[in-house]
Design a protein around this ligand. Structure first.
Ligand code: NAD
Length: 365
């Protein structure tokens, strides 16, 4: 593994390898870019088949957080961590407290949170050793479940997309297909139902389907049927890579936007394929930033009303992404990357003024 070469590819600032043999901790923390502020991103617990795979994943995920925080207008950088091991067998207090010590050692350059296979309880163990942790329970002053805020962000993002595509913001009577009616999908259905949309849903969990059918008069559809359905909007709220060579040619929806991460199987190819087909795609990391906005709010003392208000800003963020995409003739995901990078570059320029260095400020000839 050539660590510096891998870090250099996307300019990662710092990678920390953490080890506590007796407790069995093997973790990697990656800080991608702290231009905008301390890096924040979840801690993933996964049985990687090799250390190389773990490093590759943490580098990829931490970079994605830089873009997500930037496009969401947050003063945060991108970071992520992975704990290597079997979450079923190796989860315990000491493992997470040891991890918390390493996070604390970074002095606030990295703030951790829940992610795949880590829970609120794990983060509470981490909190014994560091205050640089978010995603703890409401009872302990945290933000609790982020999905209602994420769902609001997706809803306003879809409104912006629908408005851009059709000139109307009103969603009454339009047909929306939602893939996955779990935490975010269910709340999203509530917003869409209240706005008068007609819902078509699919989920591998029949109980989740039954609940949405009952509460929102949604129509259940079969797994793959969702891609070919004659609907106005398609909202992926389950898994990644579902926009690919197989599905894109079948899609009839005019707008795609949902909570799922990494919806494009290959960003470059499939973003362009959607643009060519005239389908307006709301970039996943921009439309689903409500979850990050929610945990970021913990840093200033959690206030749910403020978190919801900030998530509403996703509407304007998406209008701007669509404007740049149209103006420059580029896919919306490329426009979003461009805007995220531009914000980092401009803030970096501004930070040159009155920087902390006494030599710079007081130097006399
Ligand atoms: P969840 O696990 O509560 O819900 C996902 C739902 O998708 C489940 O009901 C599951 O049964 C269903 N599902 C799984 N495979 C499916 C398939 N093949 N077809 C149809 N349905 C399927 O998760 P969630 O918290 O609602 O998050 C949904 C997605 O959004 C995830 O990809 C997550 O990473 C992403 N996301 C969530 C948040 C958040 O705040 N929870 C924030 C940002 C991104």
């Amino acid at each position: 593994m050539d660590v510096f070469k891998m870090m250099g590819r996307h300019n990662h600032e710092q990678v920390v390898f953490c080890s506590e043999r007796e407790i069995g901790l093997r973790a990697i923390i990656a800080v991608h870019d702290t231009t905008l502020g301390p890096s924040l991103g979840g801690c993933r617990f996964y049985n990687y088949s090799s250390d190389d795979d773990a490093l590759y994943d943490v580098l990829r995920l931490s970079r994605a957080m830089t873009y997500k925080a930037s496009i969401a207008g947050l003063n945060l950088g991108g970071g992520k961590s992975v704990i290597i091991g079997d979450p079923e067998k190796e989860r315990n207090e000491y493992l997470f407290r040891a991890f918390g010590r390493f996070v604390n050692g970074l002095g606030g350059r990295y703030i951790t949170a829940e992610d795949m296979n880590t829970t609120v309880r794990d983060m509470e163990w981490v909190r014994n050793e560091t205050s640089y942790v978010t995603g703890i329970s409401k009872a302990l002053g945290g933000s609790g479940d982020p999905s209602p805020v994420t769902a609001l962000g997706v809803f306003v993002g879809l409104k912006a997309a629908w408005q851009t595509k059709t000139g109307r913001e009103d969603m009454s009577g339009i047909k929306v297909a939602v893939q996955g009616v779990g935490h975010v999908g269910y709340h999203l259905c509530q917003y869409l139902h209240d706005a008068g949309a007609q819902l078509f849903i699919s989920d591998v969990n029949q109980q989740a389907v039954d609940r949405a059918v009952r509460d929102f008069k949604a129509t259940q559809i079969g797994g793959d049927e969702i891609y070919e359905l004659d609907v106005d909007i398609f909202s992926p709220c389950a898994m990644g890579a579902i926009l690919n060579d197989d599905t894109i040619p079948k899609i009839k929806a005019q707008v795609i936007g949902g909570a799922a991460n990494n919806q494009l199987a290959v960003s470059k190819t499939h973003g362009e394929a959607l643009r060519k087909r005239g389908i307006l795609y709301a970039p996943d990391y921009a439309i689903n930033a409500g979850g990050l906005i929610n945990v970021a709010n913990e840093l200033e003392g959690y206030n749910q009303e403020r978190a919801f208000k900030q998530a509403e800003g996703i509407y304007h963020t998406l209008l701007e992404i669509f404007r740049v995409s149209e103006e420059q003739g580029i896919p919306t995901n490329a426009a979003s990357d461009h805007l995220a990078e531009e914000r980092i570059q401009k803030v970096a320029r501004i930070k040159r003024f009155y920087n902390d260095s006494p030599n710079r400020v007081f130097k006399r000839r």
